[in-house]
Ligand binder design. Structure first.
Ligand code: PLP
Length: 379
């Protein structure tokens, strides 16, 4: 069976040139980057080179980049690093109702430790309203964390406008850009954020590596205490090979972002046109809002997204976030948008990527339409 991979929001394949860049660091270039001899210096220089490439991608200084074990860790570091700094956990933070669990769970953990939490809603398109964030701010608010692009439906959030109202009050802003980095332009100056999360495996880099951009001078409490790696914020010997891979992936994105955005948009719209032409009352989540060019989250009538995908094993796609597929908890994002459980049940997230071809899109559309017609006829 030849798979058609339409789950690039869950993870991307590692680009061959990324694998190539990483490979020597599993064999000959094994030096500890903290060692002062030649092998150590080689690793350290490779890490600094990757730091520069990521700095170029998101428009920050290389010293503002903290490498982490994944985006989840970067998000934890952002939230806990701010809210746990000082004498004791205290103060208020704001997140949105459509955050990934890698934000909502550390926020709930901090709440258990004594911090206050406000969760702001989103509108029916899956977009957080700036006015709702502004209304949630208090004199003791220390941090606002709103994702840049939603992982399930791809809606892009008005981060710049949110930052403006927060900074007027001296409140820090973090944004989880795990889904947007590599798919659309993401720069820390344009968003004006104080912290930003990046995930390596969402843009053709390896899994198990992430980045937290931390604006220069911002004091953060560490999650991992130990030696002074990563400006003393994240102790532990650096994962040289994965950092090199992430740097290479950043370089690839820098070289092709405009072209890839155009290609993604065409493929996504081609898929949508075919599906909507054949499936009556096909609902597109977030339609009309600014969305990631590669993401199409649709709800088919009458049947469940799970049943639909089970009928087409050739297609690798999800009914929502990959980390939730298979569980009974409905999508918090769709619930926050006011989508009825019946419509939410029919949801399928189809996300395209660099390696997707028009032939695959046409084949996937035909398979999905046939499967839907077959299943809907027997309801
Ligand atoms: N944030 C968002 C928006 C995501 O989509 C994901 C992964 O799906 C994460 C964070 C967590 O990434 P990781 O599992 O690599 O830590």
């Amino acid at each position: 069976m030849q798979e058609i991979y339409l789950d690039f929001n869950a993870t991307t394949p590692i680009a061959p040139s990324v694998v190539e860049a990483m490979t020597p660091f599993f064999s000959n270039h094994y030096g500890n980057p903290s060692s002062s001899h030649a092998l150590g210096r080689g690793s350290s220089e490779a890490i600094e080179d990757a730091r520069c490439k990521i700095g170029t991608l998101v428009g920050c200084d290389r010293d503002e980049i903290i490498f982490t074990g994944c985006a989840t860790e970067a998000n934890n570091l952002a939230l806990k690093g701010v809210m746990l700094s000082g004498d004791k956990p205290s103060g208020h933070m704001v997140i949105s109702a459509i955050e990934h669990a890698a934000i909502s769970e550390p926020a709930k953990f901090l709440q258990r430790l004594g911090c206050d939490l406000t969760v702001v809603p989103c509108d029916e398109y899956g977009v957080v309203r700036v006015a709702d964030v502004e209304a949630a701010l208090r004199s003791d608010t220390r941090l606002v964390s709103i994702m840049h692009a939603n992982n399930e439906i791809g809606t892009i959030q008005p981060i710049r406008a949110i930052t403006e109202v927060c900074h007027q009050r001296g409140i820090l802003v973090h944004s989880d850009a795990s889904q947007s980095t590599g798919k659309i332009p993401v720069t820390v100056d344009q968003l004006d954020v104080d912290m930003l999360t990046i995930a390596g495996h969402k843009f053709y880099g390896p899994k198990g590596i992430g980045v937290l951009f931390v604006r220069e001078g911002l004091p953060l409490e560490s999650l991992l205490h130990g030696a002074g790696h990563e400006s003393g914020i994240r102790a532990g010997t650096e994962n040289t090979a994965y950092i090199v891979g992430l740097g290479k992936a950043a370089e690839l994105v820098i070289g092709c972002l405009d072209e890839s955005m155009e290609k993604m948009t065409n493929l996504r719209d081609r898929l949508y046109d075919q599906l909507s032409g054949a499936i009556p009352r096909l609902h597109v989540h977030g339609y009309g809002a600014d969305r990631l060019p590669n993401t199409l989250s649709v709800s088919v009538p009458e049947i469940s997204g799970d049943d639909l995908l089970r009928r087409v094993p050739e297609i690798c796609a999800s009914t929502g976030a990959a980390c939730h597929s298979g569980d009974d908890i409905g999508s918090a994002t769709l619930a926050a948008m006011g989508i009825s459980p019946k419509v939410a049940r029919g949801t399928v997230r189809l996300s395209v990527g660099w390696t997707t071809s028009e032939e695959e899109i046409d084949k996937a559309a035909n398979l999905l339409i046939d499967a839907w017609e077959h299943l809907a006829a027997s309801v």
